[in-house]
Write a protein that binds this ligand. Structure first.
Ligand code: SAH
Length: 225
């Protein structure tokens, strides 16, 4: 597969990913499956990895970071339990692939990335794809969205962290609405536990999903740089 003109080949590969890697495992939410069938992952991977755009694994995206494995993107999205009315905070824009998936499911996505280069490239791809309900911010996502620019409700209905944390950053717990959900890989080592949390009466109720491997969230409330 060479060049971005091979739309039909990518379509076939995307179909196969849906059938084998998502439906063939435990991805059952019809909205999640629909969006995973729509978002062209080939747009988010570097030219040199185009032929692997639909292999079920992470791929390098520059700056020592990776685009997540399609199954994990679908699983985290399913565990986030979004609906059309949700305002979602995403930490770790990376390639913007997960951002695009969320953007097609919810009212608005607020996404933070520490590398300007990655944020800019994600903004360009989402612009090309017409995903326009996303606000981008470059900075330390472990501190949450800037307080002065929060949505009118003052918090987020859902939060997804797409990098590993030693502990769930306290500013993010604060910015999650009561009754809201947060999905995050937690752990110190190379393998972390994917955790889905619900905030009830100000406290997080945690549920462990499975082992995952993510790059680290580096920042004030994450890992030390
Ligand atoms: N969802 C992305 C995954 C990106 S990997 C995708 O599918 O492409 C995790 C990302 O988190 C990396 O881009 C990394 O630069 C970013 N990151 C790490 N620490 C961060 C921090 N403190 N604030 C914001 N982004 C951070």
């Amino acid at each position: 597969m060479h060049g971005r003109e091979n739309k039909d080949k990518f379509g076939v590969a995307r179909e196969q990913m849906l059938r084998l890697d998502l439906k063939g495992r435990n991805i059952t939410n019809p909205d999640v499956l629909k969006v995973m069938a729509e978002v062209p992952r080939e747009e988010f991977v570097p030219e040199s990895y185009l032929s692997q755009a639909y292999t079920d694994g992470p791929l390098p995206i520059g700056m020592g970071q990776t685009i997540s494995q399609p199954y994990i993107v679908a699983l985290m999205t399913q565990e986030l339990r979004c609906n059309r009315n949700c305002e979602v905070l995403e930490i770790g824009t990376g390639s913007g692939y997960q951002t695009a998936v969320l953007g097609k499911l919810v009212k608005k996505v607020y996404t933070i990335e520490r590398f300007p280069q990655l944020s800019e490239s994600a903004q360009a791809v989402l612009g090309r794809l017409g995903v326009s309900n996303v606000e981008f911010y470059v900075g330390d996502g472990s501190c949450g969205w800037p307080e002065s620019q929060l949505p009118p409700s003052g918090c987020f209905d859902r939060i997804m962290i797409t990098a590993a944390v030693p502990e769930i950053p306290e500013p993010l717990v604060r910015q999650l609405a009561d009754g809201g959900f947060l999905v995050v890989p937690v752990g110190y080592g190379g393998v972390q536990e994917l955790v889905a949390c619900e905030k009830k009466a100000g406290k997080l109720i945690e549920r462990e999903i499975c082992d995952v491997r993510f790059v680290k969230l580096l920042g004030e409330h994450g890992f030390e740089k």
